[in-house]
Each structure stands twice: as C-alpha cells, then as structure tokens.
Ligand binder design. Sequence first.
Ligand code: ATP
Length: 377
Amino acid sequence: AQQAPAGNGPAQVKISNLNKTFHRGKEAVHVLRDISLEIAQGELLVLLGPSGCGKTTLLRCLVGLEKPGQGRVELGDTTVVDADARVFVQPNKRDVAMVFQNYALWPHMKVAANVAYPLKARKMKDELKNGRVHEVLQVVQCDHLADRYPPELSGGQQQRISLARALAPRPALLLLDEPLSNLDALLRIELRAQLRLLHRELGFTGVYVTHDQEEALALGTRVAVMKEGQFEQIGPPAEVYSFPATEYVADFLGARNRLELHTEGDGRATVAGVPLEGFVRPGLGGRFALRLRDADPVLRVAGTPGDEDRHWITGAELIEVLPAGDHAEHVVRLGDQTLFVDVPATRGVFEPGAKVDIGLATDSVLCYDADGRLVRD
Ligand code: ATP
C-alpha cells in the first residue's frame, strides 16, 4: 500500500456539498448540512461555534475518521472523499495531521520518538528523520526535552510536542481541535501568540476549532462562524468582528447586549418606550434590534451633562457593579431589558441603585432587522 508522502507541504483544500447524518436508533441527526468551502494554501481557517454545531465532525470528515453521506473533499490535486464516486481515502493514507485538546502523545515513548513516529510511518530515512525531529522541536522551543517522556512534561510542553509531531511530516493540512483549551489562561495566551508566529513562519494550511472568540480573532486568517451544521458567516477576523452578518454572529462575537428599537417612518425612535432622539439609522419604520458590546455604551448619572455626540437613553437603573481591575462591569436595567456596561476604573464610580442614562455612539451600535440580518448604511 502506498503511504501518504512526507514533505509535499501545505495544500489548498476544497470541500463541496458535505453532508453528515448520524443515526441513533430511529433518530437521525443531520450534523453537517451541505457545507462548501475553499481554504487557500497557507490559510489558517478558524471554525468558531457553540458546542454541538458540528465543528469536530467537520474535522473528523477531513481527517477521515468520519465518512460523509454526501459530498467531496479535495486536498491539493488529491480527492480524498467523493461520496458519489465512492472514493474514501483512509486516514493513514491522507496527508493530514491532527492536534487534539488532550495532546494524545504516547506516554511510553520519549518525546523524540513521538515526533519521529509519523515520519517513520511514512518511511522517511533515518538521517533525514532525525534532522527533521530536531528542527521541529526547535521550532516549538522544546529541543531540550527530546529525551523526556510525556508524563514528565507540563501541559503546555505536551501541547508543543504534539504540535511538533503534527508539523514534522509537513502535512498538506493540519487540523487543530481546541488545542489550547486544557491550558490555564496565561499559558493559553502565550501559546496562542507562538502558534500565530509559527503559522506566519511555516505557512501551513490549517483548520482550527475553538469556541473562544478571542482565540478565533487572534489566529484566523479567516473565521467561519458555524450554526447547526452550516456556516453563518465566513470572513477575515476584522470584518466578522466589525460587521457580524446576523444577530447570532453578533452574540457570539461579544455583542451580547440587546435593545429593541421601534421606529416610525419619520425618524422617531424609541428604546424600551424611551424616545431616542436623532437616532434615525434604520430609516424605515418597524422593529429592530440593537446589539452592543459591553465596552460600547457609556453611563452618566441621570440628567447630568454628557457627551453631546452620543444618543442618550434615559430612565435606566444601575443594579450592580462588579470590579474587574482596569474596569468595572455595570449591570443596568432598562425597562425589562438588562445591559452589561464596562466602565473604565478611571471614569469614577456609580453606586448601585443610581438612576443612570445610557449613551450610545451610532458608529459602534449594530442594528439588525426583524430577520436578524445586519442593517448596513
Ligand atoms: P463541541 O464544541 O462540544 O466539541 P462540536 O461543534 O464539535 O461541539 P460535534 O462534536 O461535531 O460538535 O457534534 C455535533 C452533533 O453531532 C452533536 O449533536 C453530537 O451529539 C452529534 N454527534 C457527534 N458524533 C456523533 C456520533 N458518533 N453519533 C451520534 N451523534 C453524534
């Protein structure tokens, strides 16, 4: 049998009309719903979405651990899945490497042997193999750990080794399934930065699964937000962050505050029954939803002067203040709606129970129509 070749390097990936349904007794769960996507050579695509939306299933279809019911996957010039043509290349014959959340290193093998394993499987010559092992261990700054066993390493070190093992054969495609989520917060941020640097230096083609929006925005050349087995939006991080196409995406990217806006065709608008002067953005009459990030609005004590460029909503009450170092999270009630507002620590203190006004800046407010679609001016 032919082994996947070592050293072909990053490839372009083309996924066409991929469908996957799991059957549990009489129940059928349609987990991937006609997914199509092209990933450019050298691109690091991040899949972002809540638990159960199908991220891992998509990775498993790419590596060959799941067989899709319909659809096609091409890696460079090689078709690895074509359901219609009954093509299904086994995982060990695909030039795809995977990094898992739990590192999945062999505990009884030294670090160097772990990293060498995929090269051995691909029948790389010993001289070349040893060189490559040290090269990738250097890349992840773990060359000094070559003679240790995985249980003797920290979580962060183990994850670096597992990354080195995946990178060693220079796979056409590297899959990363929440690789940082077992690490503590500081280490996660450090490794995230290293991974970004690695990607820039090595230019591997990768698909990275996470449900952490910061990680997605920091690492992705593009971010694909998934909902129930489909892509809700795909785009560069800055675009997905600044212009979430739907309320679902907005919610997922931190714009968790929601205010209902009622407009009359003539430009009059109300939020929670409070007139909002000069806020004419949607133009047409109807119901809209405003979405705000915690850092977007500002507060003032009711009726006191505030920034005149902002639109002020009156009649809110401060419920709770939660200090968070450089800022404090303010929980604000407006009618039956609750908002979370970050106030910088330098901006003075508001007391719980105080009547406050909420100041919105038009350029940071996201506005959605009744179907949950972004209204862009
Ligand atoms: P998480 O972030 O929790 O890992 P995910 O987005 O990766 O979630 P998947 O693991 O792809 O989600 O699962 C998607 C759906 O498919 C879930 O509803 C899950 O229960 C179901 N599912 C996954 N594997 C199987 C299986 N082998 N048999 C039946 N159902 C499955």
